[in-house]
Design a protein around this ligand. Sequence first.
Ligand code: HEM
Length: 123
Amino acid sequence: MPCGTILLINAWGLHRDPKLWDDAESFKPERFENNGESTESYKLIPFGLGRRSCPGMDLAQRVVGLALGSLIQCFEWERIGEEEVDMAEGKGLTMPKSMPLEAMCKKKAIMNVFLSETVDDCL
Ligand code: HEM
C-alpha cells in the first residue's frame, strides 16, 4: 500500500459480520455485558480506535445511557399502530432511519411527583 494512503475501516460491515458475531443482525445488548474484560471489545468500534479515536466517547456513553434511561423511566411508550417499527436504514454517514420514528408516549406517575416538586420549588 503506498505511503500516505488514506484507509477507511468499514465499521458498518465489521459490526454486522456473521463471522465475528453470533446472530449478527439481532439486538442483543447482553453480548456486551463483560465487554471491559475481553478482547471482544475490539470488534465494536463506534468511536474508532487508537490515537485518533473519539475523545468524547466517555461523555457520549454516559449521556446516551442517561437520556435513554430517563425516557424509559419517565414515559410509557407505544407504537402508533399494529405494525412493527420500520428499522430500514436510510442513506448517509450517520445511519439515519429511512422512515421517521413515530411513537406515542404517556408520562408515568413518577413524573407527576417530579413535575409538581419542580414547579413548587420555583414558586
Ligand atoms: C454517540 C456519540 C458519538 C459517536 C458515535 C462518535 C464517534 C466518533 C468517531 C467514529 C470518530 C472518528 C474516530 C476515528 O477517526 O477513528 C470521532 C471523532 C471525534 N469525536 Fe466523536 N463521537 C461521539 C460523540 C462525541 C462527543 C460527545 C464529542 C465531544 C464532546 C466528540 C468529539 C470528537 C472529536 C473531537 C473527534 C476527532 C478526534 C480526532 O480526530 O483526533 N464525539 N467520533
